[in-house]
Design a protein around this ligand. Structure first.
Ligand code: PLP
Length: 381
């Protein structure tokens, strides 16, 4: 949450080319004590949904994890609830220390948050402005671009390559004054990976002064290496971690920004306050479960492969994904398919303007995906 701007931050905003109008818009929202009207995945999915869902709905529209937190996390959260009358900052520090150890970075390279939307929005506020643009993929995860729109920063949307990787060459060339280059790996909504060599190339060849924000919300579902070693090597890189996806804690809220301390210092001032101790202990307990990532990755891959086999057998087209979501080619305006599936109580979606015939499907439980398959055959019968 963004709270109050210091005089120094106000001067910085003006120096970075914000008009007084844009600046007063931001200030007035902050003065009202409100959060900025930014969107996260659930809010974006909710936009395309009408009314409350029936209790037997299959909800595979927001890249959530139906498994929820692992038992160890649930137990840690249960244990801490009675102690919840205190702030327990140490739980946040303990979580950050363990995460830093596991990621191979120094402790002061980790800044915990209640999820990763918060540091994503802050990075846009800190590194873009009317004269410093945001560069991202198309289709890509829109939350950052909405934050950029709100503060009047230009957004360059660069189409994915034919192989569905980020077009890092085009992204590096998009704007010599880019402030932030956002790469989501695996990408949301396509679930596709950008090769490690391309990411390294981008970091080496980006415009001077730009920061590369690598959002690894879905990395645990894939076999791709994390990019935190680029952070450890002191590159101009911020990696985002979340516990909302593989770890099943979207509603519980835990995440982190991992970067050089001078980059973290730029995003730290935009908010304040203690983090929910439930999220912190849940995340910390999850990190300590040895095989959790491997087991959940395997389960997701198995269900996803079964869905892909089904789609091939029935001649549907889709984009092969390494994540817990994939794009299905509806072969018609995808919004129509979303409506028809909703009538079968299977809630899929959403649609990206760049690919109007595709809709995103989240990989749910095996049972949910069976219902999805049945509904899909019925709709196309
Ligand atoms: N980044 C990506 C790519 C996402 O898809 C999402 C949510 O779905 C987020 C960040 C933010 O999630 P959270 O704030 O729950 O960590």
């Amino acid at each position: 949450m963004i709270t109050r701007l210091t005089d120094e931050q106000k001067a910085d905003f003006l120096k970075r080319g914000f008009t007084r109008r844009a600046f007063s818009k931001i200030s007035s929202v902050l003065a009202a004590g409100a959060t900025l009207p930014f969107y996260n995945e659930a809010a974006l999915a909710q936009l395309s949904m009408i009314g409350p869902l029936p209790p037997d709905a299959v909800k595979i529209n927001a890249n959530e994890n139906p498994l929820g937190p692992c038992p160890e996390a649930a137990q840690a959260i249960y244990n801490v609830i009675q102690k919840g009358g205190r702030y327990w900052y140490e739980e946040t520090f303990n979580f950050a220390r363990t995460l830093a150890e596991q990621e191979g970075v120094k402790p002061d390279y980790v800044l915990p948050f209640a999820g990763s939307s918060d540091p994503l929005h802050r990075a846009v506020l800190a590194f873009t402005s009317p004269s410093k643009s945001l560069v991202m993929a198309d289709p890509g995860y829109e939350a950052g671009s909405r934050a950029a729109d709100f503060i009047g920063s230009k957004v360059h949307k660069i189409p994915l390559r034919k192989d569905y990787a980020h077009d890092v060459k085009a992204m590096a060339e998009a704007d010599p004054d880019a402030g932030l280059i956002y790469v989501c790996n695996p990408n949301n909504p396509t679930g596709t990976l950008t090769p490690r060599s391309d990411l390294e190339w981008l970091v080496a060849n980006k415009p001077k002064g730009a920061v590369v924000l690598i959002d690894e919300a879905y990395i645990h579902f894939s076999e791709a290496p994390y990019c935190t070693d680029l952070v450890a090597a002191d590159k101009d890189v911020i990696v985002l971690r979340t516990f909302s996806k593989l770890y099943g804690m979207a509603g519980l809220r835990a995440g982190a920004a991992i970067a050089r301390p001078d980059l973290l210092a730029k995003i730290r001032p935009y908010g304040a306050g203690a983090l929910p101790v439930t999220g912190m202990v849940g995340a910390h307990a999850s990190l300590k479960v040895k095989n959790l990532v491997a087991e959940r990755r395997k389960l997701n891959r198995q269900i996803r492969s079964e869905v892909f086999e089904f789609l091939e057998k029935h001649n549907f087209s889709y984009v092969p994904s390494e994540s817990n979501c994939f794009m299905l080619d509806a072969k018609r305006p995808a919004a129509e398919l979303i409506k028809l599936m909703a009538q079968e109580k299977v809630f899929i979606g959403r649609v990206w303007p760049a690919w109007p015939q595709h809709t995103r499907i989240t990989v749910g439980t095996a049972e949910e995906m069976e219902k999805f398959k049945r509904a899909l055959l019925k709709v196309y019968a």
